[in-house]
Design a protein around this ligand. Structure first.
Ligand code: GTR
Length: 446
């Protein structure tokens, strides 16, 4: 795997292609105006906004082909995939769904706290502040919390990175984590409270298994609301990107995670080849997009990620594209709005997003009482992307790719693509973590 992975900042994946920039140069001024007035913009026809050219979005009820370039040529070799098809799809999903992932920013990393005996002596807590040196001084910083196991097998330590919902102190009841109350969280009772989600993140269980856990509060990069004057959006939106393709909330969360990856890859005790991303639901959509954009992620776990994540948008009988855009207009970019009710015109589907993780590990964890996340359509995504893993010389799916108990995670029984479906609701539990850690033990590179 290592020849396909670069621990350097992968600028190619994150900057807008130059040719495309030139074509859009004349639109920059009006785009800037739109992005100020309408935040992530809208593609609805309104005075001064060009109507949608539907000719550019032909209808297809079948899933768009993955192993075919936009010019119609077949994708026959790993090189065709990695050098041609993958960049094409990355461009498409950014322009039409997530908005363009901003380029990386240099930062200084300051360790603001070290606690060698956190979690009752089991872990060392490091709190690290990422301050972006080329942004104005008032731009928010990312506050990363990192727990490193004090006892672990010899060698470098694998790490799970997650996005939390209400602040780092909410992740564990451990008294050492710094409480911050200055950032948005929709669940008011969790603000400033320790361990509101301790049973969900199961930090001790992760540490006991010899893994580090790192997390940041999503509101450091963007609050989960349809307002655009907070977080890093005012600093990361780009004059060179049209209003409808400005990075929306999920892209900004993913950007923050990737800056944390920049830092984790430098941490001397951690293994840069075993960085894993896990996110739940809307944050599951986020980690899938992040792993699609960045090859440094060895394993991604989009937990119950649903529509806009692992579940296909075409014929989705649970959350539709129209509904997700209406109820959560800030998650995806303005361009994605036009596909509500027009799913067959989406020039890709969620299998295209998932395919960009190849040849790395993609573990789709689902609860069988969580119908809204549409786990059957997520399993179909895994099946639709399997040929890409095969093309890259990997096993991909073993059998149908579905297992329903953590004890089935055994050598030869699972591949790089797997759905673990447990009898659970829309939440994360110890049993899910057991499955995730068993899978990581078995499948992460040595
Ligand atoms: C739901 C939304 C889902 C999912 C979920 C969550 O209301 O419809 O797409 O993201 O929220 O984040 O918990």
């Amino acid at each position: 795997m290592k020849n396909l992975v670069s621990i350097k900042l992968n600028l190619k994946n994150t900057i807008v292609p130059i040719l495309w920039l030139c074509l859009l140069a004349t639109a920059v001024e009006s785009a800037e105006l739109l992005s100020t007035n309408s935040q992530v913009g809208t593609s609805e026809a309104s005075p001064g906004t060009p109507a949608i050219n539907w000719d550019a979005y032909p209808e297809s009820t079948a899933l768009p082909e993955l192993l075919k370039l936009q010019n119609g040529s077949p994708v026959k070799t790993p090189e065709d995939w990695m050098k041609r098809r993958r960049p094409e799809l990355q461009e498409l999903i950014q322009r039409e769904m997530f908005g363009y992932l901003p380029a990386p920013q240099p930062f200084t990393a300051t360790v603001t706290k070290t606690v060698p005996d956190a979690l009752a002596g089991k872990a060392t807590l490091k709190e690290i502040r990422l301050k972006f040196t080329q942004l104005p001084p008032e731009a928010p910083e990312i506050r990363l919390a990192l727990w490193i196991p004090n006892r672990h097998p010899a060698g470098k330590i694998p790490v799970f990175l997650t996005l939390n919902y209400c602040g780092n102190a909410n992740v564990t009841t451990d008294p050492h984590t710094t409480i911050h109350t200055d950032r948005f969280c929709s669940k008011k009772e969790w603000i400033g409270q320790r361990g509101g989600q301790a049973d969900f993140w199961c930090v001790e269980q992760v540490i006991d298994r010899g893994y580090a856990l790192a997390t940041y509060h999503e509101s450091d990069t963007k609050a989960d609301k349809n307002e655009w004057n907070d977080g890093l959006f005012p600093y990361l939106k780009s004059n060179q990107v049209p209003a409808g393709s400005q990075p929306a909330t999920i892209a900004l969360w993913a950007w923050g995670l990737l800056r944390c990856v920049d830092q984790l890859a430098q941490e001397p005790q951690l293994d840069p080849w075993r960085i894993c991303l896990l996110g739940h639901s809307r944050r599951g959509k986020t980690v899938l997009f992040a792993a699609a954009m960045d090859e440094r992620i060895a394993l991604v776990v989009p937990h119950q990620s649903g529509t806009g994540g692992m579940a296909l948008s075409r014929e989705n009988n649970q959350e539709t594209v129209e509904r997700i855009n209406r109820v959560f207009p800030h998650w995806f970019c303005g361009e994605f709005k036009k596909f509500g009710g027009n799913e067959p015109r989406i020039p890709f589907d969620q299998h295209a997003v998932a395919s960009l993780v190849a040849p790395r590990l993609l573990l789709d964890t689902e609860g069988d009482q969580d119908a809204w996340a549409n786990f059957p359509r997520s399993l179909e995504t895994l099946q639709a992307v399997n040929p890409v893993w095969k093309l890259l010389g990997k096993t991909g799916l073993v059998g149908s790719g579905l297992i329903t108990s953590v004890t089935e995670i055994q050598p030869g029984k699972v591949g790089e693509l797997l759905q673990l479906r447990l009898p659970e609701k829309h939440t994360l539990t110890k049993e899910f973590w057991t499955g995730i850690l068993n899978y990581a033990d078995l499948m992460l590179p040595e």
